[in-house]
Design a protein around this ligand. Structure first.
Ligand code: NAI
Length: 247
């Protein structure tokens, strides 16, 4: 489905990002995976994905630093003939606290990583996509950005911001051959949610129509659909992949 395409996936070495990278590689795409700090985890994922055949490149850097997006663009110029077909802005963090206990730094750190990081990557890579009149951007939002969640004022603000940015970018870039969509995952079992107790997970599952928590592959399937020609007429949408969460 993605033979010969090149995809950039931020936070692509574990969790949802890794599942997306795996789905893309299995379907023929070269992948450039951005990660923040864990070299051993990154090398392990790269070795695992290399088995599928296409190229796997790693870029270490914080997406909250605009230089990281510039370095990714540099790699695409130097090693991929200035062509990038797919960008998945998946890197994200939480720092949950009730608002009255949330410091200014707690707030801005999450905005910097989730919202600003998405902006820097979209800005740099869409400039390359525009030159080729081709591209797909997928931004990772969250059910928290659509419906809110206690102790997540910072996180839900970042994810609601991503939704707004996705819609505006879709309108700016549609006539230049670039589709921009967001995925809003519900409760997915990864390191991000591993901090919760079994009891908290059971309570969460009770509020999900399909009666189970999601797996990273549930999100990867939606990303593959949007990234491929199966999604060729879809832009400016926020696709909820949440098992039917009831609020
Ligand atoms: P995770 O914590 O397992 O993985 C996140 C990845 O992003 C890690 O590899 C991390 O190193 C990377 N990352 C974080 N901040 C970064 C930064 N500043 N620079 C570079 N890399 C950075 O989390 P998970 O669950 O795989 O989440 C992936 C995305 O899905 C995130 O955007 C998250 O907000 C979103 N999401 C996850 C949900 C869940 O239930 N797990 C629900 C809704 C949205």
């Amino acid at each position: 489905m993605l033979k010969g395409k090149t995809a950039v996936i931020t936070g692509g070495v574990r969790g949802i990002g890794k599942a997306i990278a795996k789905a893309f590689c299995r379907n023929g795409a070269n992948v450039i995976l951005c990660y923040r700090s864990n070299d051993a985890e990154a090398e392990k994922t790269a070795a695992e994905l290399s088995g599928f055949g296409p190229q796997v490149k790693l870029v270490k850097g914080d997406v909250a630093d605009p230089e990281t997006a510039k370095r990714v663009a540099g790699l695409i110029k130097d090693e991929f003939d200035k062509k990038v077909d797919i960008l998945v802005n998946n890197a994200g963090i939480t720092n949950d606290k009730l608002m009255m206990r949330m410091s200014d730094e707690d707030f801005t750190k999450v905005i910097d990583a989730n919202l600003n990081g998405t902006f820097y990557m979209m800005k740099e890579l869409s400039a390359l996509m525009v030159k080729k009149k081709n591209g797909v951007i997928i931004n990772m939002a969250s059910v928290s950005g659509l419906k809110g969640n206690p102790a997540q004022v910072n996180y839900s603000a970042s994810k609601a911001g991503i939704v707004g940015m996705t819609l505006s970018a879709a309108k700016e870039l549609g006539r230049r051959g670039i589709r921009v969509n967001a995925i809003a995952p519900g409760f997915i079992e990864t390191d991000m949610t591993a901090v919760l107790t079994d009891e908290q997970k059971e309570t969460a599952a009770k509020n999900i129509t399909l009666g189970r928590l999601g797996q990273p592959e549930d999100i990867a399937n939606a990303a593959l659909f949007l990234a491929s020609d199966m999604g060729a007429y879809i832009t400016g949408q926020v696709i909820s992949v949440d098992g039917g969460i009831i609020m």
